[in-house]
Design a protein around this ligand. Structure first.
Ligand code: 2HG
Ligand code: ZN
Length: 462
């Protein structure tokens, strides 16, 4: 083993599985951002919480940074190891540990994929309702570490709402059992919620107890074509008033263009500038009448130019593909991503200002808009033109992000709605969080991670 520190690691953690092949270092050292060159010291694959504790203690004693690692589907550089850190991959800790039918909770290890959590819940006739396109490859530990949102937040909220308990190995190697699955617990600081969205900077999640719920009612999926951006929030309000919405997502003609080029089927004969995919409860005649009434109201108001309602599960999946396939269809264009949010009431003004800003600043770039508009969360992907140097492209996009951050600050919004700050959004944290708040966050980190080894350089610098 080349680096003598790894001998000492193996002495401190007997039986620890390590990977050091260059291909493994590259694979485990990066996430979906692909912006940094991976350069980890090694990849550790602990088998249990005891090994995680021992690795963290060793890292603290030896001043080695630790990057907790799940499915590495993150889009903010939160799981990148580009500076000699030890990657702590949770991939072997991927089991369901238990189900409690009375509490309706599922206890899992952090490396389990979101989809496997869905399947385990379904085996017990229940659902874990957080869901998004990366379900097959992301891990629940990563979901919790970023408070992942996704396509059903308008109905069920973010990951945070579904975490009843957490076990965390802090930066000192201590194992703490947070909230223990309780519904009511008024006994001081809720450290569980500090760990959620901490992006691995306070410790490593080694176990989670997840709340489950009843399966949703039968649903239907509808795709609507919209003539303008301005009517988007009106359509949302009209549908929300009449239907029990499970999802309300939007995308533009540019997004559709890329998804179709990637193999999806065109939904309408004509191209329209904006689209909404929405899923809502159906099943009885009353609800179906309300759907028709909602649709007609939007048509009569001139807010909708065309629409289709799924007639089968296969067609529902086809309609969802138009939205869920966007990220994958854009990947080859090396997109620069913004993931921003404002309160829903601020959305119309924010959208108008942002549209003007991006039109002005990116006159020649392909800018793809989509997102969870019902949550006030917009994704903006700027595609790198062929032939433009990566560094030049990045500089231009960073310049526009600074302007966007100022717009967000004006509207009280967030520079990261659901992807996390990581390395990518670090320069803009102060547009979302006040100086005192950031100072408090740093102080909390110092308590839980006094040697500063947990995911160093992510979220903020020390
Ligand atoms: C989504 O909503 C994901 O599909 C990815 O959050 C967004 O690729 C993106 O920018
Ligand atoms: Zn999203």
């Amino acid at each position: 083993m080349a680096d003598p520190r790894l001998d000492s690691l193996l002495q401190a953690v007997p039986g620890l599985r390590l990977k050091t092949d260059p291909a493994d270092l590259e694979h485990y050292g990066r996430d979906w951002t692909r912006r940094w060159t991976p350069a980890p010291l090694a990849v550790a694959l602990p088998a249990d919480a005891g090994q995680v504790q021992a690795v963290v203690r060793w890292a603290g004693a030896n001043g080695v940074g630790v990057v907790p690692s799940g499915g590495r589907t993150g889009l903010s550089g939160g799981a990148v190891a580009a500076d000699g850190e030890l990657v702590l991959s949770m991939e072997r800790m991927n089991r369901v540990l238990g189900f409690d039918p009375i509490d309706r909770t599922l206890t899992v290890q952090p490396g389990i994929a979101l989809q496997a959590v869905h399947e385990a819940a379904r085996e017990h006739g229940l659902v874990y309702p957080v869901d998004f396109a990366a379900r097959g490859s992301c891990s629940i530990g990563g979901n919790i570490a970023t408070n992942a949102g996704g396509i059903r937040v308008i109905r069920y909220g973010n990951t945070r709402e579904w975490v009843a308990g957490l076990k965390l190995v802090t930066g000192t190697g201590a194992l703490v059992d947070l909230n223990r699955g309780l519904i009511k617990n008024s006994s001081g600081y809720d450290l569980r919620h500090l760990a959620i969205a901490s992006e691995g900077t306070l410790g490593v999640i080694v176990e989670a107890t997840l709340r489950l719920t009843d399966p949703p009612p039968p649903t239907n999926v509808m795709l609507l074509a919209l003539p303008s951006f301005q009517v988007l929030m009106q359509v949302y309000a009209a549908l929300r008033e009449r239907l029990q919405l499970e999802a309300f997502e939007f995308f533009t003609d540019r997004a559709l263009h890329h998804v179709l080029a990637h193999g999806a089927q065109a939904p309408f004969a004509e191209i329209h500038p904006y689209y909404v995919v929405t899923e809502f409860a159906t099943g009885d005649e009353r609800q179906e009448a309300r759907v028709l009434e909602a649709f007609e109201h939007c048509m009569d108001s001139g807010w909708v130019s065309d629409g289709v309602i799924s007639q089968s599960e296969a067609q529902a999946a086809q309609l969802w593909r138009l939205r869920e396939g966007i990220t994958e269809s854009l990947a080859r264009h090396k997109p620069y991503k913004n993931d921003v949010s404002v309160r829903i009431s601020r959305m119309p003004a924010f959208l108008e200002q942002t549209q003007a800003l991006l039109g002005r600043e990116y006159p020649h770039f392909d800018v793809v808009w989509f997102g969870h508009i019902g949550d006030g969360n917009l994704h903006i992907n700027v595609l790198k033109p062929d032939g433009l140097e990566d560094a030049v492209f990045l500089t231009q996009c960073e310049h526009v992000t600074r302007l966007l951050a100022a717009t967000l600050e004006e509207h009280g919004g967030s520079i990261s709605a659901e992807h996390g700050i990581g390395l990518v959004k670090k320069p803009y944290l102060s547009c979302t969080r006040g100086a005192e708040e950031i100072a408090l966050m740093r102080g909390i980190k110092r308590v839980l991670d006094p040697s500063g080894i947990m995911n160093p350089g992510k979220l903020f610098d020390r």
